[in-house]
Ligand binder design. Structure first.
Ligand SMILES: CC(C)(COP(=O)(O)OP(=O)(O)OC[C@H]1O[C@@H](n2cnc3c(N)ncnc32)[C@H](O)[C@@H]1OP(=O)(O)O)[C@@H](O)C(=O)NCCC(=O)NCCS
Length: 163
């Protein structure tokens, strides 16, 4: 299993994170939408718009040449404008994506573990997310201690307790 470099995401990483957000929205290749359509969807765009604003935090995975190949980040949403995986105003919601060419080599898990560590260090008690049923990412989240707390028609909200 390759080891990847991990660094904090900066405001300059907005393009990378946007790319990874599109990957997450288009996890199901059979139902993939054009990038422009994905980003016209406010429900998706709110995970990255205005990056990096107060409360945002993320990590970037780097290939052996130092080129970014994936990202995981969290953002807080207010109760009157909740994300898909919203559980409470103080619980940040995470997004994860890895460049298709670099998948299944451990980068996703490394990113997730790094973000979980950072969230705990920042004093957050929980992290949440929304994942479509059928997305193999759910297996990754379960194996890292996330549990399903509520379910919609096609997706589950998962939470990990950090302390
Ligand atoms: C989900 C994603 C981030 C995983 O990244 P990755 O670098 O491929 O993942 P890893 O190599 O670290 O694998 C972690 C775990 O994911 C699961 N997994 C990864 N690829 C898988 C596949 N092709 N089939 C089934 N499970 C898979 C396994 O549980 C794996 O653990 P294991 O290797 O111990 O069996 C990546 O597939 C991706 O970017 N997908 C599109 C975006 C997305 O769906 N994001 C999540 C939205 S909620």
């Amino acid at each position: 299993m390759a080891a990847f470099g991990i660094r904090e995401a900066t405001s300059s990483d907005a393009r990378l994170l946007t790319d990874m957000l599109v990957e997450a929205a288009n996890w199901n290749r059979l139902a993939a939408r054009p990038r422009v359509e994905v980003l016209a969807d406010r429900g998706v765009l709110r995970y990255i718009s205005g990056w990096k604003r107060p409360g945002d935090h993320g990590v970037v995975a780097l290939d052996p040449e130092g080129i970014p190949i994936g990202a995981c980040w969290y953002r807080l949403f207010p109760g009157n404008d909740p994300g898909y995986g919203f559980v409470s105003p103080g619980v940040p919601e995470l997004t994860l994506g890895v460049n298709p060419m670099w998948r299944a080599r451990g980068a996703g898990r490394e990113l997730l573990q790094a973000l979980v560590r950072d969230a705990a260090a920042a004093g957050h008690a929980r992290l949440s997310l929304s994942v479509d049923r059928g997305n193999h990412a759910q297996g990754l989240y379960r194996s890292e201690g996330f549990v399903v707390v509520s379910s919609g028609d096609d997706s589950d909200t998962m939470v990990k307790a950090l302390h």
